[in-house]
Design a protein around this ligand. Sequence first.
Ligand SMILES: Nc1nc2c(ncn2[C@@H]2O[C@H](COP(=O)(O)OP(=O)(O)OP(=O)(O)O)[C@@H](O)[C@H]2O)c(=O)[nH]1
Ligand SMILES: [Mg+2]
Length: 331
Amino acid sequence: MEGLEKKAAMQFVQDAKIFIKSGSGGSGSVSFRREKNIEFGGPDGGNGGKGGDVLVQGNGAKHTLLDFRFKKKYTAENGSPGSGRKKTGKAGRDLLLWVPLGTEIWIEGEKVADITQENQKITLFKGGKGGAGNACLKNSVHQSPRIAYPGESGQESWVELKLKLLANVGLVGMPNAGKSTLLNALTDANSKVGDYPFTTLFPKLGVLCWEDKEIVLADLPGLIEDAHLGKGLGHRFLSHAQRCSVLLHVIDAAQSDAFQKYHQIRQELKLFDETLIQKTEFIVFNKSDRLKEDQKKRLQDLFSNSELIFFVSALHRKDLEALINKIETFF
Ligand SMILES: Nc1nc2c(ncn2[C@@H]2O[C@H](COP(=O)(O)OP(=O)(O)OP(=O)(O)O)[C@@H](O)[C@H]2O)c(=O)[nH]1
Ligand SMILES: [Mg+2]
Protein backbone atom coordinates (compact mmCIF):
# COMPACT_ATOMS: atom_id res chain seq x y z
CA MET A 1 0.00 0.00 0.00
CA GLU A 2 2.97 2.31 0.45
CA GLY A 3 3.31 2.70 -3.31
CA LEU A 4 -0.33 3.68 -3.50
CA GLU A 5 0.17 6.52 -1.08
CA LYS A 6 3.25 7.72 -2.91
CA LYS A 7 1.34 7.77 -6.18
CA ALA A 8 -1.46 9.76 -4.55
CA ALA A 9 0.99 12.22 -3.02
CA MET A 10 2.64 12.80 -6.37
CA GLN A 11 -0.59 13.40 -8.21
CA PHE A 12 -2.20 15.71 -5.73
CA VAL A 13 -0.03 17.96 -3.61
CA GLN A 14 -2.15 19.16 -0.71
CA ASP A 15 0.51 20.38 1.68
CA ALA A 16 3.84 22.11 1.50
CA LYS A 17 6.34 23.64 3.87
CA ILE A 18 8.20 26.67 2.61
CA PHE A 19 10.52 29.30 4.01
CA ILE A 20 9.36 32.88 3.53
CA LYS A 21 11.13 36.16 4.20
CA SER A 22 9.98 39.69 3.60
CA GLY A 23 12.51 42.28 2.49
CA SER A 24 14.64 44.18 4.99
CA GLY A 25 14.60 47.94 4.92
CA GLY A 26 17.57 49.69 3.31
CA SER A 27 19.95 51.52 5.63
CA GLY A 28 19.91 55.27 6.02
CA SER A 29 22.79 57.26 4.62
CA VAL A 30 25.32 59.54 6.28
CA SER A 31 26.06 62.33 3.89
CA PHE A 32 26.74 66.08 3.95
CA ARG A 33 25.94 68.62 1.36
CA ARG A 34 29.10 69.50 -0.55
CA GLU A 35 28.71 72.30 -2.97
CA LYS A 36 30.97 74.92 -4.37
CA ASN A 37 30.94 78.10 -2.31
CA ILE A 38 29.01 76.49 0.54
CA GLU A 39 31.47 75.84 3.31
CA PHE A 40 29.41 73.92 5.89
CA GLY A 41 26.71 71.99 4.06
CA GLY A 42 24.22 70.34 6.37
CA PRO A 43 23.49 66.63 6.63
CA ASP A 44 21.65 65.33 3.57
CA GLY A 45 21.74 61.51 3.92
CA GLY A 46 18.43 60.03 2.77
CA ASN A 47 16.42 57.24 4.42
CA GLY A 48 16.61 53.64 3.33
CA GLY A 49 13.83 52.19 1.15
CA LYS A 50 11.19 49.91 2.63
CA GLY A 51 11.61 46.16 2.21
CA GLY A 52 9.14 44.26 0.00
CA ASP A 53 6.06 42.63 1.60
CA VAL A 54 5.13 39.00 1.13
CA LEU A 55 1.57 38.74 -0.14
CA VAL A 56 -0.59 35.69 -0.70
CA GLN A 57 -3.46 35.70 -3.17
CA GLY A 58 -6.15 33.14 -4.10
CA ASN A 59 -6.28 31.80 -7.64
CA GLY A 60 -9.14 29.54 -8.73
CA ALA A 61 -7.12 28.29 -11.69
CA LYS A 62 -4.70 26.50 -9.37
CA HIS A 63 -5.75 23.15 -8.03
CA THR A 64 -2.81 21.85 -6.04
CA LEU A 65 0.21 23.13 -4.13
CA LEU A 66 2.54 21.48 -6.61
CA ASP A 67 4.60 24.64 -7.28
CA PHE A 68 5.64 24.77 -3.65
CA ARG A 69 7.06 21.25 -3.73
CA PHE A 70 9.95 22.25 -5.94
CA LYS A 71 10.83 25.71 -4.73
CA LYS A 72 11.13 25.99 -0.98
CA LYS A 73 12.56 29.45 -0.33
CA TYR A 74 10.72 32.67 -1.08
CA THR A 75 12.22 36.08 -0.39
CA ALA A 76 10.91 39.54 -1.13
CA GLU A 77 13.39 42.16 -2.24
CA ASN A 78 15.29 44.30 0.29
CA GLY A 79 14.97 48.07 0.23
CA SER A 80 17.93 49.99 -1.19
CA PRO A 81 20.05 52.25 1.02
CA GLY A 82 19.39 55.95 1.07
CA SER A 83 21.94 58.32 -0.44
CA GLY A 84 23.06 61.94 -0.45
CA ARG A 85 20.86 64.85 -1.44
CA LYS A 86 18.19 63.35 0.83
CA LYS A 87 17.50 60.62 -1.67
CA THR A 88 15.35 57.82 -0.21
CA GLY A 89 16.40 54.32 -1.27
CA LYS A 90 14.22 52.39 -3.65
CA ALA A 91 11.56 50.22 -2.01
CA GLY A 92 12.07 46.47 -2.41
CA ARG A 93 9.64 44.68 -4.70
CA ASP A 94 6.80 42.79 -3.00
CA LEU A 95 6.63 39.05 -3.45
CA LEU A 96 3.26 37.63 -4.44
CA LEU A 97 2.47 33.94 -3.92
CA TRP A 98 -0.56 32.52 -5.75
CA VAL A 99 -2.33 29.68 -3.99
CA PRO A 100 -5.38 27.53 -4.82
CA LEU A 101 -8.67 28.42 -3.15
CA GLY A 102 -9.01 26.55 0.12
CA THR A 103 -5.39 27.05 1.19
CA GLU A 104 -4.80 27.47 4.89
CA ILE A 105 -1.61 29.12 6.07
CA TRP A 106 -0.05 27.86 9.28
CA ILE A 107 2.88 29.20 11.26
CA GLU A 108 4.24 27.32 14.27
CA GLY A 109 1.10 25.22 14.63
CA GLU A 110 -1.28 28.16 14.37
CA LYS A 111 -3.59 28.95 11.48
CA VAL A 112 -2.92 32.54 10.43
CA ALA A 113 -5.00 32.77 7.24
CA ASP A 114 -7.47 30.91 5.09
CA ILE A 115 -7.65 31.82 1.41
CA THR A 116 -11.08 30.88 0.14
CA GLN A 117 -12.02 33.58 -2.39
CA GLU A 118 -10.82 34.33 -5.87
CA ASN A 119 -8.25 37.14 -5.67
CA GLN A 120 -8.47 37.32 -1.87
CA LYS A 121 -5.16 38.89 -0.93
CA ILE A 122 -3.39 39.08 2.41
CA THR A 123 -0.12 40.56 3.54
CA LEU A 124 1.57 37.67 5.26
CA PHE A 125 4.81 39.45 6.22
CA LYS A 126 5.42 43.17 6.00
CA GLY A 127 8.73 44.35 4.70
CA GLY A 128 11.08 46.10 7.15
CA LYS A 129 11.06 49.90 7.34
CA GLY A 130 13.97 51.78 5.86
CA GLY A 131 16.52 53.22 8.33
CA ALA A 132 16.68 56.95 8.94
CA GLY A 133 19.40 58.88 7.13
CA ASN A 134 21.31 61.62 8.90
CA ALA A 135 19.23 64.37 7.25
CA CYS A 136 16.29 63.08 9.19
CA LEU A 137 18.22 62.91 12.46
CA LYS A 138 19.17 66.55 12.56
CA ASN A 139 17.64 68.48 15.46
CA SER A 140 18.34 71.58 17.53
CA VAL A 141 20.93 69.74 19.63
CA HIS A 142 22.58 67.71 16.88
CA GLN A 143 22.95 69.93 13.91
CA SER A 144 25.30 67.60 12.04
CA PRO A 145 24.66 64.00 13.07
CA ARG A 146 27.24 61.60 11.72
CA ILE A 147 25.08 58.57 12.19
CA ALA A 148 22.26 56.90 10.32
CA TYR A 149 20.18 53.84 11.17
CA PRO A 150 20.13 50.45 9.53
CA GLY A 151 16.87 49.28 8.03
CA GLU A 152 14.50 47.04 9.97
CA SER A 153 14.92 43.33 9.22
CA GLY A 154 12.25 41.54 7.23
CA GLN A 155 10.15 38.87 8.94
CA GLU A 156 11.03 35.27 8.24
CA SER A 157 9.59 31.92 9.10
CA TRP A 158 8.83 28.44 7.91
CA VAL A 159 5.22 28.43 6.75
CA GLU A 160 2.94 25.46 6.17
CA LEU A 161 0.37 25.52 3.40
CA LYS A 162 -2.54 23.10 3.67
CA LEU A 163 -5.08 22.75 0.91
CA LYS A 164 -8.58 21.90 2.06
CA LEU A 165 -10.92 21.82 -0.88
CA LEU A 166 -13.95 24.05 -0.89
CA ALA A 167 -16.81 21.62 -1.19
CA ASN A 168 -20.32 21.68 0.22
CA VAL A 169 -20.81 17.93 0.17
CA GLY A 170 -18.22 15.19 0.70
CA LEU A 171 -18.59 11.62 -0.56
CA VAL A 172 -17.05 9.14 1.84
CA GLY A 173 -17.13 5.37 2.12
CA MET A 174 -15.35 2.13 1.41
CA PRO A 175 -13.42 1.69 -1.82
CA ASN A 176 -15.55 0.36 -4.66
CA ALA A 177 -18.83 1.55 -3.13
CA GLY A 178 -19.49 3.65 -6.22
CA LYS A 179 -18.58 7.13 -4.96
CA SER A 180 -17.03 8.21 -8.24
CA THR A 181 -19.90 6.73 -10.24
CA LEU A 182 -22.27 8.69 -8.03
CA LEU A 183 -20.30 11.92 -8.41
CA ASN A 184 -20.41 11.49 -12.18
CA ALA A 185 -24.14 10.83 -12.08
CA LEU A 186 -24.92 13.86 -9.91
CA THR A 187 -22.53 16.43 -11.36
CA ASP A 188 -20.59 17.53 -14.42
CA ALA A 189 -17.51 15.61 -13.19
CA ASN A 190 -15.75 12.79 -14.94
CA SER A 191 -14.16 10.92 -12.08
CA LYS A 192 -12.38 7.68 -12.90
CA VAL A 193 -14.42 4.54 -12.18
CA GLY A 194 -13.03 1.03 -11.81
CA ASP A 195 -14.13 -2.30 -10.39
CA TYR A 196 -11.14 -2.42 -8.07
CA PRO A 197 -10.45 -0.67 -4.75
CA PHE A 198 -8.61 2.66 -4.68
CA THR A 199 -9.43 3.68 -8.20
CA THR A 200 -9.66 7.23 -6.92
CA LEU A 201 -6.32 8.33 -5.54
CA PHE A 202 -7.03 11.97 -4.83
CA PRO A 203 -10.13 14.11 -4.33
CA LYS A 204 -12.15 15.14 -7.31
CA LEU A 205 -14.72 17.93 -7.40
CA GLY A 206 -17.98 18.15 -9.31
CA VAL A 207 -20.71 20.76 -9.41
CA LEU A 208 -24.35 19.87 -8.99
CA CYS A 209 -26.45 22.56 -10.66
CA TRP A 210 -29.98 22.67 -9.41
CA GLU A 211 -32.20 25.57 -10.35
CA ASP A 212 -30.12 28.61 -9.41
CA LYS A 213 -27.84 26.75 -7.02
CA GLU A 214 -24.38 25.40 -7.57
CA ILE A 215 -23.46 22.79 -5.01
CA VAL A 216 -19.91 21.51 -5.00
CA LEU A 217 -19.41 17.81 -4.28
CA ALA A 218 -16.05 16.22 -3.45
CA ASP A 219 -15.37 12.57 -4.25
CA LEU A 220 -12.88 11.45 -1.62
CA PRO A 221 -10.66 8.36 -1.93
CA GLY A 222 -11.96 5.25 -0.20
CA LEU A 223 -11.52 4.57 3.49
CA ILE A 224 -10.95 1.20 5.10
CA GLU A 225 -10.82 -0.15 8.62
CA ASP A 226 -7.60 0.92 10.40
CA ALA A 227 -7.08 3.82 8.01
CA HIS A 228 -5.97 5.71 11.14
CA LEU A 229 -3.05 3.28 11.31
CA GLY A 230 -2.13 4.15 7.75
CA LYS A 231 -4.01 1.32 6.01
CA GLY A 232 -4.99 2.03 2.42
CA LEU A 233 -4.58 5.71 1.82
CA GLY A 234 -4.89 6.32 5.52
CA HIS A 235 -6.53 9.52 6.65
CA ARG A 236 -4.61 11.63 4.21
CA PHE A 237 -7.61 13.08 2.39
CA LEU A 238 -10.07 13.43 5.25
CA SER A 239 -9.13 17.05 5.83
CA HIS A 240 -11.08 17.84 2.66
CA ALA A 241 -14.26 16.72 4.39
CA GLN A 242 -13.75 19.30 7.13
CA ARG A 243 -15.20 22.19 5.16
CA CYS A 244 -18.21 20.18 3.93
CA SER A 245 -21.48 20.72 5.71
CA VAL A 246 -23.02 17.48 4.46
CA LEU A 247 -21.42 14.07 4.03
CA LEU A 248 -22.79 11.37 1.75
CA HIS A 249 -21.78 8.04 3.19
CA VAL A 250 -21.87 5.78 0.15
CA ILE A 251 -22.34 2.07 0.84
CA ASP A 252 -22.33 -0.88 -1.51
CA ALA A 253 -25.82 -2.14 -0.67
CA ALA A 254 -25.10 -5.54 -2.14
CA GLN A 255 -22.34 -6.41 0.32
CA SER A 256 -23.21 -8.67 3.21
CA ASP A 257 -21.79 -6.75 6.16
CA ALA A 258 -22.96 -3.24 5.29
CA PHE A 259 -23.89 -2.32 8.86
CA GLN A 260 -20.52 -3.30 10.32
CA LYS A 261 -18.61 -1.57 7.52
CA TYR A 262 -20.68 1.57 7.98
CA HIS A 263 -19.63 1.77 11.62
CA GLN A 264 -16.00 1.10 10.78
CA ILE A 265 -15.99 4.10 8.47
CA ARG A 266 -17.74 6.26 11.07
CA GLN A 267 -15.09 5.25 13.55
CA GLU A 268 -12.34 6.25 11.13
CA LEU A 269 -14.00 9.64 10.55
CA LYS A 270 -14.26 10.14 14.29
CA LEU A 271 -10.64 9.20 14.91
CA PHE A 272 -9.54 11.81 12.41
CA ASP A 273 -11.80 14.60 13.58
CA GLU A 274 -14.74 14.25 15.95
CA THR A 275 -16.65 17.03 14.18
CA LEU A 276 -16.90 14.94 11.02
CA ILE A 277 -19.44 12.62 12.59
CA GLN A 278 -21.46 15.54 13.87
CA LYS A 279 -22.12 16.74 10.36
CA THR A 280 -25.36 16.02 8.52
CA GLU A 281 -24.95 12.55 7.04
CA PHE A 282 -26.87 10.94 4.20
CA ILE A 283 -26.63 7.18 3.98
CA VAL A 284 -26.64 6.31 0.31
CA PHE A 285 -27.09 2.64 -0.47
CA ASN A 286 -25.69 2.37 -3.95
CA LYS A 287 -25.89 -0.61 -6.31
CA SER A 288 -29.53 -1.11 -5.31
CA ASP A 289 -30.07 -2.62 -8.73
CA ARG A 290 -28.49 -5.73 -7.24
CA LEU A 291 -30.74 -5.74 -4.22
CA LYS A 292 -33.80 -7.91 -3.69
CA GLU A 293 -36.78 -6.43 -1.85
CA ASP A 294 -36.16 -8.47 1.30
CA GLN A 295 -32.51 -7.38 1.41
CA LYS A 296 -33.59 -3.77 1.13
CA LYS A 297 -36.06 -4.28 3.96
CA ARG A 298 -33.31 -5.79 6.10
CA LEU A 299 -31.08 -2.78 5.55
CA GLN A 300 -33.92 -0.41 6.32
CA ASP A 301 -34.47 -2.21 9.61
CA LEU A 302 -30.78 -2.19 10.48
CA PHE A 303 -30.48 1.52 9.82
CA SER A 304 -33.88 2.45 11.22
CA ASN A 305 -32.35 5.10 13.50
CA SER A 306 -30.97 7.09 10.61
CA GLU A 307 -33.20 9.72 9.08
CA LEU A 308 -31.60 10.25 5.73
CA ILE A 309 -31.44 6.96 3.87
CA PHE A 310 -31.49 6.61 0.11
CA PHE A 311 -31.42 3.61 -2.18
CA VAL A 312 -29.97 4.46 -5.57
CA SER A 313 -28.18 3.01 -8.51
CA ALA A 314 -25.49 5.42 -9.60
CA LEU A 315 -24.49 3.20 -12.50
CA HIS A 316 -27.98 3.14 -13.95
CA ARG A 317 -28.71 6.67 -12.75
CA LYS A 318 -31.81 5.42 -10.99
CA ASP A 319 -33.65 6.90 -8.01
CA LEU A 320 -31.32 9.88 -7.80
CA GLU A 321 -34.03 12.50 -7.79
CA ALA A 322 -35.04 12.12 -4.15
CA LEU A 323 -31.38 12.33 -3.15
CA ILE A 324 -30.80 15.47 -5.22
CA ASN A 325 -33.95 17.10 -3.87
CA LYS A 326 -32.84 16.45 -0.32
CA ILE A 327 -29.27 17.68 -0.87
CA GLU A 328 -30.65 20.82 -2.41
CA THR A 329 -32.67 21.67 0.71
CA PHE A 330 -29.45 22.02 2.70
CA PHE A 331 -28.01 24.81 0.54
N1 LIG B 1 -24.27 -2.75 -10.27
C1 LIG B 1 -23.81 -1.53 -9.98
N2 LIG B 1 -22.49 -1.29 -10.04
C2 LIG B 1 -22.06 -0.06 -9.73
C3 LIG B 1 -22.95 0.98 -9.33
N3 LIG B 1 -22.23 2.08 -9.07
C4 LIG B 1 -20.95 1.75 -9.29
N4 LIG B 1 -20.83 0.48 -9.70
C5 LIG B 1 -19.60 -0.23 -10.05
O1 LIG B 1 -18.80 -0.37 -8.89
C6 LIG B 1 -17.42 -0.30 -9.22
C7 LIG B 1 -16.75 0.75 -8.37
O2 LIG B 1 -17.25 2.03 -8.71
P1 LIG B 1 -16.44 3.38 -8.39
O3 LIG B 1 -17.37 4.49 -8.69
O4 LIG B 1 -15.13 3.36 -9.03
O5 LIG B 1 -16.27 3.18 -6.82
P2 LIG B 1 -15.52 4.15 -5.78
O6 LIG B 1 -16.31 4.12 -4.53
O7 LIG B 1 -15.28 5.46 -6.39
O8 LIG B 1 -14.18 3.34 -5.57
P3 LIG B 1 -12.73 3.90 -5.12
O9 LIG B 1 -12.38 5.04 -5.99
O10 LIG B 1 -11.85 2.76 -5.33
O11 LIG B 1 -12.86 4.28 -3.69
C8 LIG B 1 -17.36 0.00 -10.73
O12 LIG B 1 -17.16 -1.18 -11.42
C9 LIG B 1 -18.75 0.56 -11.03
O13 LIG B 1 -19.16 0.35 -12.37
C10 LIG B 1 -24.35 0.68 -9.29
O14 LIG B 1 -25.21 1.51 -8.99
N5 LIG B 1 -24.70 -0.59 -9.63
MG1 LIG C 1 -13.57 6.38 -6.85
